[in-house]
Design a protein around this ligand. Structure first.
Ligand code: UDP
Ligand code: MG
Length: 339
């Protein structure tokens, strides 16, 4: 028994949405139906990540008893930032992140809440259907988790995405990280806390198609690796040291060969081939260095991670434009850090 068993926590569901006008009303309704059964105190917060359709209009016009607020970005900043904004604006004691396209089944909310009552601070949904994905996605994700586990100090649970419940403590901890390259999978794992996964089968998208192309996924994975691991840099040092050692041995052999065994040293092809090889290796590793430098550059610029153009509460209050001139960044000082 703990003090969560009979608690009635305020639950906030954050829903990042990008061009989801066709799906969002249905998704919010569905979530609300389940929330009503779980808690007296709940609200939904949709973050319109710069949609080009009328997602925001749909959300503003939702029924008042759906308790749904809207945070609208000034442009598309990406899901990771939409989630960050959601965490920042969420008022609940518990925050749950769910996709706008209806792929995250609200049926799981009860189970998540039950785990929280058992004492877990973070409950993440683990997707079960990797085998129906393309070979590319499966290979990519295996490579990614392998790279992360080799070089990072954190352990990222496999196949766990953004669909998760977080206790207020966890939310505050997440917001205390000031970094601009927000790779959420890594950040969730980095903050720690008592966590548990529960299995789920993602549903089909109610409308449209996934916005995450192969290229976008690969970019996200690379952001993850470079934000949370120095493995590529170590690899560069390792390969450099190995090659230098082999070249030294070869150099010694060339001298011995010239002195004792042969008159002339043949070798134009060898020279050209090895020059090309080493030039390639050098460029590759300079590129990797550059990637890290680019991360540093991003952080040093100190720009806000996203800009909020509008915050609007459920129908009772009129939309406030107050935030439009004041960009909102991840400001840890505002929150009680690592509560
Ligand atoms: N999304 C977002 N910003 C983006 C891309 C996507 O907020 O730039 C939202 C999208 O509306 C959806 C969720 O992130 O609610 C997951 O996106 P999607 O369904 O395209 O990806 P997948 O289901 O393949 O992970
Ligand atoms: Mg989806």
């Amino acid at each position: 028994m703990n003090n969560r068993t009979n608690a009635n926590p305020h639950i906030t569901i954050i829903v990042p949405a990008f061009n989801e006008a066709a799906a969002i009303a249905h998704t919010v309704n569905h979530i609300a139906q389940h929330l009503k059964a779980l808690s007296r105190d709940w609200d939904i917060l949709v973050i319109d990540d710069g949609s080009r359709d009328n997602t925001s209009d749909v959300v503003r016009n939702l029924d008042k008893d759906l308790n749904t607020s809207l945070v609208r970005f000034s442009r598309n900043f990406g899901k990771e930032y939409a989630i960050t904004a959601g965490l920042e604006h969420a008022e609940g004691d518990l925050v749950i992140c769910m996709d706008a396209d209806g792929q995250h089944s609200a049926e799981l909310l009860g189970e998540m809440l039950a785990k929280w009552r058992e004492g877990y601070d973070m409950v993440y949904a683990v997707r079960q259907d990797r085998n129906v994905e393309s070979a590319f996605k499966r290979f990519g994700s295996r490579l990614f988790y392998r790279a992360m586990s080799l070089g990072g100090q954190i352990n990222i649970p496999r196949d766990a995405g953004d669909f998760r419940l977080m206790d207020r403590q966890v939310v505050n901890a997440l917001l205390s990280l000031p970094e601009r390259n927000r790779f959420m999978k890594g950040i969730y794992a980095w903050v720690g806390y008592k966590s548990i996964g529960i299995p789920y089968f993602p549903l089909d998208r109610t409308h449209g198609e996934s916005t995450f192309s192969k290229l976008k996924l690969a970019q996200l994975a690379w952001t993850g690796v470079t934000s949370f691991s120095v493995m590529p840099l170590r690899l560069a040092s390792g390969v450099g040291a190995g090659l230098a050692f082999l070249s030294f041995i070869y150099g010694v052999w060339v001298v011995i060969d010239k002195m004792f065994f042969s008159e002339s040293i043949p070798g134009w092809p060898t020279v050209v081939a090895s020059m090309m090889f080493f030039a390639g290796v050098q460029l590759l590793f300079i590129g990797i260095l550059g990637e890290y430098l680019a991360r540093v550059y991003d952080e040093v610029k100190g720009r806000p991670s996203y800009i909020v153009a509008e915050v609007s509460k459920p129908a009772s209050k009129s939309p406030s434009q107050s935030k439009s001139t004041k960009p909102k960044a991840v400001k840890p000082a505002e929150k009680d850090l690592l509560g």
